[in-house]
Design a protein around this ligand. Sequence first.
Ligand SMILES: Nc1ncnc2c1ncn2[C@@H]1O[C@H](COP(=O)(O)OP(=O)(O)OP(=O)(O)O)[C@@H](O)[C@H]1O
Ligand SMILES: [Mg+2]
Length: 340
Amino acid sequence: MPGAIYAEGLVKTFGDVRALDGVDLDVPEGTVLGLLGPNGAGKTTAVRCLTTLLRPDSGRAVVAGIDVLKQPNEVRRSIGLSGQFAAVDEYLTGRENLQMVGQLYQMRARAAKARAGELLEQFHLAGAADRPTKTYSGGMRRRLDLAAALVVSPPVMFMDEPTTGLDPRNRQELWEVIKQLVAGGTTLLLTTQYLEEADHLAHDIAVVDHGRVIARGTSDQLKARTGGERVEVVVHEREHVRTAAEVLGGFGKGPTTVEEHTRKLTVPVTGGAKLLAEVIRELDTRGIEIDDIGLRRPTLDDVFLSLTGHVAEVKKNGPATDAGRDDESTGHKDEKESAK
Ligand SMILES: Nc1ncnc2c1ncn2[C@@H]1O[C@H](COP(=O)(O)OP(=O)(O)OP(=O)(O)O)[C@@H](O)[C@H]1O
Ligand SMILES: [Mg+2]
């Protein structure tokens, strides 16, 4: 029995770019799947195919039990979508935008008005509710767009980078709204570039790169694959970089990454604060002066580095930094697929 969102072998090409290169997804009802990937990975294309906005070249998709390619209109009635770029009418006020959405979904005028009022409160837009949205800031538009996606509560929701451009407080609040939504039984697919966000919200994560799912699992499983936390050290003297690398090597669960020019060394570890204290003692014993040291959680870059052997590519033509290395057996197999 496929989940509330199901895709099999989705392929979508734009000229010679394979934006989706055989994507399989299965999201059980009432859960959140985080689609995690760098710019150009294919996240938006996947969302557009699943929400009937784009027809895949091949593959199959079923959303809320309905075949996306055969019955797009029926699918549209069962889903909510908040796109990557806020789609609000500039000349209408925030309140009018939300009421209009309610009416498009055939709500009665009074119900649409009440719902609009609730959402404006919830998203801290009540004060600006009666101003045309062209006067809104980027974050306000983003919030209004999300509110619009929540006017009716569809059983399946798609959110494409819902918190990009929000400040930390608004991001936290949106996370709470999303959690409530899911507690109410909604199935959600959300895309993000932040492992931390997927961590907070998603039951399951699919990492995409070059139009393919390159890893799947819970956040803990993905982090375990990246070797847990990182110790990051900045040494004071450039001459000490090599010795510090030796020290860290002794504690690391994987290769140490060295950035010569910033004198920064990073190594995956397990053992938390206790281990950090040991590292500090050992560096001190060896007479290595440090400018900074800390323990941090793995980021999307760490996940990419350990899965593909290179950091997340910002553009299509080559790694964004030279931190990528070929010393892992999981070397990226699909380079040839990447666009020119
Ligand atoms: N309409 C289009 N025409 C041509 N190429 C496209 C089109 N839409 C997407 N692409 C290409 O397909 C690839 C995947 O794009 P997509 O927008 O799905 O990435 P994304 O993961 O959403 O990235 P971002 O994080 O930047 O939003 C990119 O190489 C992009 O340039
Ligand atoms: Mg996108």
